[in-house]
Write a protein that binds this ligand. Structure first.
Ligand code: BG6
Ligand code: MG
Length: 218
């Protein structure tokens, strides 16, 4: 049977959360407030614009649209500096084994990400060729937990929701997959991703038996 396997990018395929954090922290530092790793958890799966709103909330900062636009540009320029030299060694453990198994077994693969930088990142780390469809922050209007990004990805792969499997590291992303009636697989802490149908700490824990079970599921 052919299924649609939809991957989130940041925190699932590559560990870019640390770069998003550093870039946002620079903005927070310049505004004179502390931005911690705990705060950064709130930004996972969240769009760039919404992330800034959350950060300004943390610092209790009121700003004009003009200032916000300036910070959004600065943050992204800084982030782009961090990712410019990304290479294959920044692919998270076990990801390529899973992608290759899916490919070898005739399964369809898509990306479903909130990031507007998704394509260049996949290119830099050398795994763009696995993806038959890419739906990212440039294509959707409604951010996760709205299921738009995953519904679009499944549609592009010609799959219905119940034949679609989503890999996600964010609570908002797991909720989006569940709302879409897709199979949700949490990558990361069970304590945080308890709404996921399945949960693994990382892709090295995902055996091919499990992938085969997902493929065979009615
Ligand atoms: C998500 C990340 O994948 O993309 C968020 O989890 C990030 O942290 C969002 O803010 C938007 O990314 P970008 O690259 O468009 O700023
Ligand atoms: Mg993510």
């Amino acid at each position: 049977k052919q299924k649609a396997f939809i991957f989130d990018l940041d925190g699932v395929i590559v560990d870019t959360a640390k770069y998003h954090y550093l870039a946002w922290k620079k903005i927070a530092d310049s505004l004179g407030f502390e931005f911690t790793h705990e705060h950064n958890e709130l930004l996972k799966g969240v769009s760039r614009v919404r992330s800034l709103e959350i950060i300004l909330g943390v610092g209790n900062i009121k700003a004009t649209q003009e200032q916000k636009d300036k910070w959004l540009v600065e943050k992204n320029e800084d982030y782009l500096n961090y990712i410019t030299n990304m290479e294959a060694d920044e692919i998270l453990p076990g990801v390529e084994v899973v992608l290759q198994w899916l490919k070898n077994n005739g399964q369809r693969i898509a990306l479903g990400s909130a990031s507007k930088n998704a394509r260049p990142i996949l290119e830099k780390v050398g795994i763009l060729h696995y993806f038959e469809a890419i739906v990212d922050g440039n294509d959707v209007t409604n951010a996760k937990p709205d299921p738009e990004v995953f519904l679009r990805a499944a549609e592009l792969l010609g799959a219905v929701a119940k034949d679609s499997i989503v890999f996600e590291d964010s609570v908002a992303g797991i909720q989006a997959a569940n709302i879409a009636n897709m199979v949700s697989v949490g990558i990361g802490s069970r304590a945080i991703l308890h709404e996921a149908q399945y949960n693994f700490n990382d892709f090295t824990e995902i055996a091919t038996d499990f992938l085969q079970t997902l493929v065979n599921q009615q």
